[in-house]
Write a protein that binds this ligand. Structure first.
Ligand code: ADP
Length: 439
């Protein structure tokens, strides 16, 4: 390379070196600063990315938890969206998503529930008014209440806002709870009734015992006075003899009679209480042979009454054979006891199947029961005609009701005064778990 060229090149290099030097001198701090800033920004970005990744992870965990809850909760959950017409006016809410509990309860798939209008869904009886639903969807209101579905189910429902124009319906099926509540209320009423009747009926013999015991005390006072006076006149002797032979035995008879009555009442109460406490042994019961057995046991009364007892179609059921023996003995016994004096007694035993139950009919052509007694005849100790020659304590029918109850069944009757009565008892046609009574 020619020397001039070399010189120029050296010079160029120098200039560049100088340029770089001067460049470094003047821009170096600024560059350093810029690099630091960039490194800081980089650090911030990295921290933010870590935070975001942590947030993503916790959001995922939260989503998984909420999904598990949504899928597994026994509560029905419906996410609903507002439906508006072309003018933007709210016309209804449509179900956008529902959980498996809703499908189970309604008996339809979540795809079939999807897009159903809330007003046409099974939860439409007792829903708040559309204007209130709109307020809920705008976050201005929330609603709690009870809704009855078309399938006779009862739900406790909360409707809460989700986002604008969206709401969540959360429903708890409380049908079983309500049924238990109703049963408890009925049991409570029954117990109160027992208490009332027992205290009322036990009081009347006590009043008699008290009254006649006072009389006996007065008689002993008379006797003591007369004996203290020493020798008695003829008139006084007659008075003493009358007290000893007539008044005192009469009072004693009344006292003893009432004690006996109290004993019968208390034994009756014990019998009812025992019936309630028995844990039924549920087995298939051949009712046709049970009826034949009971009829056999009544053969003396049947013969005395000249009664005719016939069996039609009698189906089997599930229950405790000895309790059912008692139940139907009470009904057949009543049909014989309350026969009409002017015609031959006829009793027909039949049954029919109905919705998983067997309904037994005990039909008689007896004296019948007037409408006004229809509620009371099931009460403990209640007798339509307490002076009736037919023996009884007014316990038979209350025992019938208790035993039917224990079998998750029912007992009722139809009657025409003067013509006859039919008592019905509904008992399970399938095996079942008998309700355990408190011990
Ligand atoms: P009891 O027979 O001891 O009086 P129940 O509880 O069995 O008690 O019956 C209550 C009342 O219902 C009876 O006193 C009677 O008046 C009426 N009753 C029950 N069964 C019949 C029947 N088959 N026909 C007419 N009246 C009946």
């Amino acid at each position: 390379m020619p020397s001039e060229v070399q010189d120029i090149e050296q010079l160029r290099q120098k200039i560049i070196g100088l340029g770089e030097k001067s460049l470094k001198k003047s821009y170096y701090p600024e560059l350093q600063q810029r690099i630091l800033e960039l490194e800081h920004t980089n650090e911030l970005l990295r921290t933010e990315m870590d935070a975001r990744a942590a947030l993503d992870r916790s959001l995922k965990v939260m989503h998984e938890r909420l999904s598990a809850l949504f899928v597994s909760t026994p509560e029905l959950i419906l996410f609903c969206e507002a439906e508006r017409n072309s003018e933007g006016i709210l016309t209804d809410f449509r179900i956008a998503e529902s959980n498996p509990a809703a499908s189970d309860c309604f008996g339809i798939s979540s795809d079939s529930i999807k897009n159903t209008r809330l007003s046409e869904s099974p939860l439409n009886r007792g829903l708040p008014h559309l204007s209130d639903l709109e307020l809920i969807s705008r976050g201005l209101l929330s609603w709690n209440g009870e809704i009855r579905s078309s399938k006779k189910k009862i739900f406790r429902v909360s409707i809460v806002p989700l986002q604008k124009d969206q709401l969540t319906v959360v429903a708890t099926d409380i049908t079983d709870l309500e049924q238990v509540k109703e049963k408890l209320l009925a049991k409570n009423k029954e117990l109160e009734n027992y208490l009332y009747v027992a205290s009322h009926d036990l009081r009347s013999p006590l009043v008699n015992i008290q009254g006649f015991s006072n009389r006996l005390a007065k008689f002993t006072e008379i006797l003591a006075r007369r004996f203290m006076q020493g020798l008695l006149t003829e008139e006084e002797s007659e008075e003493v003899l009358a007290v000893l032979n007539k008044e005192m035995p009469k009072a004693l008879t009344v006292v003893l009679g009432n004690v006996e009555k109290m004993d019968r009442l208390i034994s009756g109460l014990l019998k009812i209480s025992r019936t309630g406490r028995i844990t039924p042994q549920i087995r298939k019961v051949n009712m046709s042979s049970l009826f034949s057995q009971i009829v056999g046991e009544f053969s003396y009364q049947i013969e005395q009454a000249g009664a005719q007892v016939s069996q039609g179609n009698v189906l089997s059921c599930y229950g405790d054979e000895s309790l059912l023996h008692q139940l139907f003995s009470n009904l057949i016994g009543n049909a014989l006891k309350y026969r009409h004096p002017d015609r031959a007694c006829e009793i027909i035993l039949e049954s029919h199947a109905q919705n998983g139950f067997v309904v037994y009919h005990i039909r008689d052509n007896g004296i019948g029961i007037a409408e006004k007694y229809s509620e009371r005849i099931w009460d403990v100790f209640y007798r339509v005609d307490p002076s009736s020659p037919a023996s009884g304590e007014g316990l038979g029918l209350s025992i019938v009701k208790r035993i039917a109850d224990k079998h998750n069944g029912r007992a009722w009757y139809e009657s025409t005064e003067g013509l006859g009565s039919t008592f019905y008892v509904e008992l399970p046609a399938e095996p079942f778990d008998a309700a355990e009574e408190e011990k």
